[in-house]
Design a protein around this ligand. Sequence first.
Ligand code: HEC
Length: 125
Amino acid sequence: MKALKIILSIVVMGLIFGGCAYNFIVEEEVVDPTDPGAPEVSFSGEIVPIFSSKCVSCHTTGNQMPDLSPENAYSSLNTSRYINTSDPASSLIYTKPSPTGNHVKYSEAEAALVLTWITQGAQNN
Ligand code: HEC
C-alpha cells in the first residue's frame, strides 16, 4: 500500500512538472487585432522591420509601388489605396501579402501585427 502511494505521488508529480515544462516552449507571439487592450503597435519599431526584412528587395524607391523603404514607407502607404481604417481587414497592405495569397507572404504573426496597427488607426508612431 505504501509503495503504491509512493508510485502514485511520483506519477502525480511527473504530471505536474511535466505540464509546467510546456510553459518554456516559446511560440511565435501573435497579437489579437480584435483586442482593444492590445499593446500599441509601433510603425517604426514593428512594421518597418517586416518591410525591411522581406519587402524592400522589390518595393524600394523608384521600383515597385508601394515604396516600403524605411524613410518612405509611411508616406507611400498613407493613402486609401493601401489603408482603410474603417475596414482594416480590407486594406491592400494587409490583404496583398496575406498568408493565403500568392504574392510574398507575411507570417501569421506579421499579418496580425499589420492588421492591429491599421485597427489602431495606422499611426506614424
Ligand atoms: C519578389 C518581389 C516582391 C517582394 C519581395 C514583395 N513584393 Fe509586393 N509586389 C511585387 C510585385 C511585382 C507587385 C505588382 C504585381 C502584383 O500586384 O501582384 C507587388 C504588389 C504589391 C502590392 C499592391 C500594389 C498596388 O498598388 O497594387 C502591395 C500592397 C505589396 N506588393 C506589398 C508587399 C509587401 C508588404 C511585401 C513584403 C511582405 C512585398 N510586397 C514583397 C513584388 C514583390
